[in-house]
Design a protein around this ligand. Sequence first.
Ligand code: AMP
Length: 114
Amino acid sequence: MSTIFSKIVNKEIKADIVYETETVLAFNDINPQAPVHVLIIPKIEIPKVTDLKGSEHAALLGDMIDAANKIAKDLGIDKDGFRLVMNCGDNGGQDVYHLHMHLLGGRKMNWPPG
Ligand code: AMP
């Protein structure tokens, strides 16, 4: 089922895009939880982490990690560190069922998370 993120991929809805390749798109979160809060998503529709298969999606996940590292470097948070989060399902706190990785940084993160 299509979500708002597919509409962003298809450029039907505007987003503040910070990075794009053939396979992934990254844009600023509309409700940032840190000075840097970027969402990195695959362009293809995969609802959640439990729909991923290492054998099928390893390259795509690699592309998402490459994107995170590139964006972190571009935004100057690579040296101090950052957090990558993928929420899965209700208990994981997932609201949008299009796979996405949160890149959070620019401040010290708390642990344990809420
Ligand atoms: P999650 O709770 O892991 O599913 O995260 C979904 C994230 O998407 C939240 O942090 C929202 O603030 C963010 N979000 C929802 N709609 C938009 C949008 N149109 N543009 C940018 N970020 C969005």
